[in-house]
Design a protein around this ligand. Structure first.
Ligand SMILES: [Zn+2]
Ligand SMILES: [Zn+2]
Ligand SMILES: [Zn+2]
Ligand SMILES: [Zn+2]
Length: 296
């Protein structure tokens, strides 16, 4: 047995109604060429009307998008120009975002500011306290001010002489590689250091730090004449830099001739001594300093 299958032979079809847009439905009528009473209808939709959206990068403040085609009529989006692969419009959006780099926390030191951990945008420079750039903060608020050195007291590392300055140094409590060195030297300012017996006033001597780093008044430990320590009622002191006056009552007890005044100053536990000769002169006559001679 043979089975013979029949099929229609459809013509090219005729459009009953056209579709102007993708939202319209068109109709085509097909007629069988064997038997014109055999007909069928097919429906079709019109074309989308696409706008091409180029890819656009997101910025710090504005969204970007991937390349896509959007129909002006139905609003559908497609990833291809033929409208074959439909995508959601939301999937084309590249949200605005900052380009954040993490700034690690840094401890403050004696000489440099530190900062707290934060994130900074490479593009716009804004700072955030979180990696997602949600909480904006000022860069200034991340700064932790430097500490400054925490100096120990000055220590004498080289004693001065009449011709050479001495040196003091201090070391930072936080880091002993932090040091500061200063020169210093003390000198008497008076040139005429003669006291005439029976004068009313005393003999005043002024000591200054010639490098202006120290006020000798704050360092004074004691005064000596010819290696004998002076009693407190034998002299007075005042600031400016350091003014020591030998009292006339005391000077009267000294013999005529040359004497040596020594002043001890203490810096960081080290005593630094300075000497000055002075002369007690008889009234009406003068004893020449340093020679031991006297005339009368
Ligand atoms: Zn047919
Ligand atoms: Zn459409
Ligand atoms: Zn930014
Ligand atoms: Zn320091």
């Amino acid at each position: 047995m043979t089975t013979i299958e029949f099929s229609h032979k459809w013509d090219e079809g005729s459009i009953l109604s056209s579709a102007a847009t993708c939202l319209d439905q068109g109709e085509i009528l097909y007629t069988c060429q064997y038997d014109s009473t055999h007909t069928k209808k097919e429906y079709f939709t019109g074309n989308h009307s696409f706008t091409h959206h180029e890819a656009a990068s997101a910025t710090c403040t504005e969204n970007g998008n991937s390349e896509h085609w959007k129909c002006d009529v139905c609003g559908k989006c497609f990833s291809d120009a033929d409208g074959e692969t439909e995508i959601t419009e939301a999937s084309t959006v590249i949200p605005a975002h900052h380009t954040l780099s993490k700034v690690n926390a840094k401890a403050e030191t004696c000489t440099e500011n530190g900062n707290s951990e934060h994130w900074k945008c490479d593009v716009c420079g804004k700072c955030f306290s979180d990696a997602n750039g949600e909480t904006e903060i000022t860069e200034a608020s991340t700064v932790i001010s430097l500490l400054g050195h925490d100096w120990n007291e000055w220590i004498v590392i080289k004693k001065p002489t009449a011709s050479e300055n001495g040196e003091v140094q201090r070391v930072c409590n936080r880091d002993d590689s932090h040091t500061e060195t200063r020169s210093f030297n003390f000198a008497f300012t008076e040139t005429d250091t003669t006291w005439t017996i029976n004068s009313d006033g005393g003999l005043t001597l002024t000591v200054k730090d010639i490098t202006d780093h120290f006020d000798p008044f704050d360092l004074f430990k004691g005064a000596f004449v010819d290696e004998t320590g002076l009693e407190e009622n034998q002299y007075t002191t005042e600031r400016g830099s350091f003014i020591l006056t030998l009292m006339p009552e005391y000077l009267k007890t000294l013999s005529a001739g040359t004497h040596t005044l020594r002043i001890d100053l203490e810096i960081g536990g080290t005593v630094v001594s300075f000497e000055k000769t002075f002369t007690i002169a008889k009234s009406g006559g003068v004893s020449s300093p340093g020679t031991g001679e006297s005339s009368s």
